[in-house]
Each structure stands twice: as structure tokens, then as C-alpha cells.
Design a protein around this ligand. Structure first.
Ligand SMILES: *Cc1c(COP(=O)(O)O)cnc(C)c1O
Length: 424
């Protein structure tokens, strides 16, 4: 079992036992129960370091797109490492400030910001609003005028390039709800420059997620730089350029470029086009946390079926929604591999939905009571987890070397019912 695991070297087997850094996962499962999310701090910092190397010597701000994993301690790890943040709601803004982020390092994205959220963000003093429509611009101008605080803005433009990824996570094509159409952008920039209370600061784009090739980024960069040229020719200076997030990770057989290699290519293009001195922003989410996390789950039952065997585990679509939502693939491996002949199983959870599966046709040598790890579970798992079927969301542990910190306790039934009221 020495095959290269996604997340290695921070997630790997040592003498037939799966470890995260210096901690044996079976020990954590015994102590904290299952399902259990476990993250490696070193894996997060090493993912961040790849971006930091890529931008060495540049004016750049790395803003972690915290919707990928918004647990407070995870945010703390990034805040302490000097990272900025990309938030998509007032809730995320409050959360990341509670984790110790500096307001000046925060940008605010999203297609549906409310007036209340705009007010919070203005009063907090965030770095920039990434505005996604003309009406949003008008409302932000009103709110800024009312509160007497100027709003720094960037317009999210839609470069209309295909990121070559899953349709649900493509965001930069025509017909997407995100961003302002490329051909409208110049007109909307003129409007932004004329509205009271706004200060045009930059331009941004985000073309999709789990992107594993360089070419869509190069295409998007070219389209955005064409716009910068046109906008500045119209007398509106663009101080920063934000290329969004979206870099993919290894779930299975993908081979995404490492962040520093990607940015070497992109910065060469930026320099060649004469924009190398601009302030750069990026908004990586998945690529900072995805391979840093695993979800440990116990096999409750093995159920041979007609033509299919089921391996029923105690983690489910409410804990790990990506397979149900996107038919996403996560590797599933035993904590303590057994000898013997493997059989093929669909690994499924206890939730009452046929869509509640974690992996299909997986070869496992497994027995009831064995522990499995669902790999690459650091991004868009816990942050998307729900209480469907009145299941409490799992415990989370952050491993730092040989120390394991509980960073979130398992939700109990009282937690789940706290805000509900019985009829009189
Ligand atoms: C989700 C999102 C990101 C992060 O995407 P990843 O694929 O996780 O890197 C960045 N920017 C915006 C605007 C987003 O919506």
C-alpha cells in the first residue's frame, strides 16, 4: 500500500497504517469517533507556499477563497501565514474577522450581496468589492453614499473562456450567472467611474474550479488584459488585476500544474504584455485545502446485492456532498489494509437517498467495523455539510506534527434543535 496518495507526503501509510503527519488516524478515530474530518496544517502551508514561491518578488495578495473550508482554525492557519481572504457573504466576513484576519486583506465576491452585507463590509474597511452586475454597482453606490464611506470596487468580468471542467463549476462562460459580459465591461466601468461613493480599484475574473490545464488561464488573462488596455484608454486606471482561483487538485488521476509552475507561465505572459508591474490578486480555494483533509468513516455493514455489493459506512452525503452533487470522485482507502481478495463495492452512506454514495465500484478488502479514509476531503466537504436526516455534522481535527487539535466538536441533537420552537 505504498502507492502515492493525494495529499502525500502529509497523508501516507507507515507500516500498513494510515497517518496524517505524525498522527495515526486509527487513534484519532478511536478517541473522537466517526465520521471525522482530519486536516494537516503542514499540507495547507505547503500548498500556500507554492503560491508564495510563484509570486516571489511581485506585488501580490493571495486571498484564500474561504468557502472551500471556513472552519475557524483553518482560517487562523492562513491568517497567521499572512494570507488574505475572499469572502462571499456577510457571514464569511464576520467569521474570518473572528479568526483574526485583517479587514484590509479581505475582498468580497458574489452575485447577490445585500445592502446589509455591503454596510458591514464598508464599516469593516475591506480591501475591495468584486462587483458582478450593474445593479449591484448602483446599490453599492447608494450604500456607500449613505454611510459616507467610499467603496473600493473591481468589476468581475466574464472572459467567456471554457475552463474545461465540470459544468456546475464552470463560471466564466457566456450564459453563466457570474460576472459582467466582456462586451459590456467597458461601458459598466465608465458607469462605475461616474457613480458617487465608488472608487474603481481593479478588475477580476474567476473562470471555474478544478481546472487542471494552463491554457484556460492564459486565455482568460489575455481577454482581461485586452479589457484593461481599453478601460485605461478611457481614462480609468486599473490598480490591481485579480485572476480568481480555480486551480485543480489530485482526486484520482488528474495532473494539475503545481501553483508555482502555473504562475511562472502566467507571469511570463503578463510580463510579455507589459503588465508585470501591476498589483496582482488571486483567490485560490480548493488548491489550498483540498488535499490537506481526509474524512475517516467506519464500515457499518457489508451488504451483498444482486450484481452489486454495498459497503454501508457512517459518513454520508450530508458530510461529503461532492459525489452526490457533482458525481465527484474521491479515493477511498482502508486505514489498516487487510490481506485477501478484494471485492467490488459501492460505498454508500446511511441517508435515505439513492444519491447518497461516496464511491462507486471500489475494490476493497473490508470487514464490518473497519475504518476507511475518504481522501482529498479538505475542500467543499465540511463547508457544504448539512444536517439532512438530522445528522450532526462531524468532529474536525487539525494535525500539527504529532499534536492533534480538536477544532470543532461533533454537533449533538441539542445543537441541531437549538433555534427551533414547538407550537404552543
Ligand atoms: C469559489 C470561488 C473561488 C475559489 O475557487 P477554487 O476552485 O476553490 O479555487 C474563487 N473566487 C470566486 C469568486 C469563487 O466563487
Amino acid at each position: 500500500m505504498s502507492a502515492q496518495l493525494p495529499g502525500a507526503p502529509h497523508v501516507q501509510y507507515r507500516s500498513e497504517e494510515l497517518f496524517v503527519e505524525e498522527v495515526r488516524l486509527a487513534d484519532l478515530a478511536r478517541e473522537h469517533g466517526t465520521p471525522l474530518f482530519v486536516y494537516s496544517r503542514a499540507a495547507m502551508l505547503s500548498a500556500l507556499a507554492a503560491y508564495q514561491r510563484g509570486f516571489a518578488g511581485r506585488k501580490a495578495k493571495i486571498c484564500y477563497a474561504m468557502k472551500a473550508n471556513s472552519s475557524l482554525a483553518v482560517l487562523q492557519v492562513f491568517a497567521r501565514a499572512g494570507c488574505g481572504f475572499d469572502v462571499v457573504s456577510g457571514g464569511e466576513l464576520e467569521r474570518v474577522l473572528a479568526a483574526g484576519a485583517r479587514a484590509g486583506d479581505i475582498i468580497f465576491s458574489g452575485v447577490g450581496k445585500t445592502r446589509r452585507e455591503m454596510r458591514w463590509a464598508l464599516k469593516a474597511g475591506i480591501h475591495c468589492f468584486n462587483v458582478e452586475s450593474e445593479q449591484e454597482l448602483e446599490v453599492l453606490s447608494e450604500v456607500a453614499t449613505e454611510t459616507g464611506i467610499e467603496a473600493p470596487v473591481s468589476l468581475r468580468v466574464n472572459p467567456d473562456v471554457n475552463p474545461l471542467t465540470h459544468p456546475y463549476i464552470s463560471t466564466g462562460l457566456k450564459g453563466s450567472k457570474f460576472g459582467i459580459a466582456h462586451k459590456e465591461a467597458l461601458r459598466v466601468y465608465r458607469r462605475a467611474a461616474s457613480l458617487p461613493g465608488l472608487r474603481v480599484l481593479g478588475i477580476d475574473c474567476h473562470i471555474g474550479s478544478q481546472i487542471t490545464q494552463v491554457s484556460p488561464y492564459l486565455d482568460a488573462m489575455d481577454r482581461v488584459l485586452d479589457l484593461v488596455t481599453a478601460i485605461e484608454a478611457a481614462g480609468i486606471p486599473i490598480a490591481h488585476i485579480d485572476f480568481g482561483g480555480g486551480l485543480g487538485i489530485v482526486y484520482h488521476v488528474e495532473q494539475p500544474p503545481p501553483a508555482d509552475v502555473l504562475w511562472q507561465r502566467l507571469l511570463a505572459r503578463l510580463d510579455a504584455r507589459g503588465f508585470g508591474d501591476r498589483q496582482l490578486l488571486i483567490e485560490p480555494g480548493r488548491s489550498l485545502v483540498g488535499n490537506a483533509g481526509v474524512c475517516v468513516t467506519e464500515i457499518l455493514y457489508l451488504k451483498p446485492g444482486e450484481g452489486k455489493n454495498f459497503c454501508i459506512v457512517d459518513a454520508a452525503m450530508n458530510d461529503l456532498p461532492r459525489p452526490a452533487m457533482y458525481e465527484a470522485f474521491h479515493q477511498i482507502v482502508p486505514l489498516q489494509p487487510r490481506g485477501g481478495k478484494p471485492a467490488s463495492y459501492d460505498v454508500v452512506g446511511p441517508v435515505c437517498e439513492s444519491g447518497d454514495w461516496l464511491g462507486r465500484d471500489r475494490k476493497l478488502t473490508a470487514q464490518r467495523g473497519d475504518l476507511l479514509a475518504v481522501l482529498s476531503a479538505g475542500a467543499y466537504c465540511m463547508s457544504m455539510a448539512s444536517n439532512y436526516n438530522t445528522r450532526g455534522r462531524p468532529t474536525e481535527v487539525l494535525v500539527d506534527g504529532s499534536t492533534a487539535h480538536v477544532i470543532r466538536e461533533r454537533e449533538d441533537i441539542a445543537d441541531q434543535m437549538r433555534k427551533e420552537k414547538l407550537l404552543p
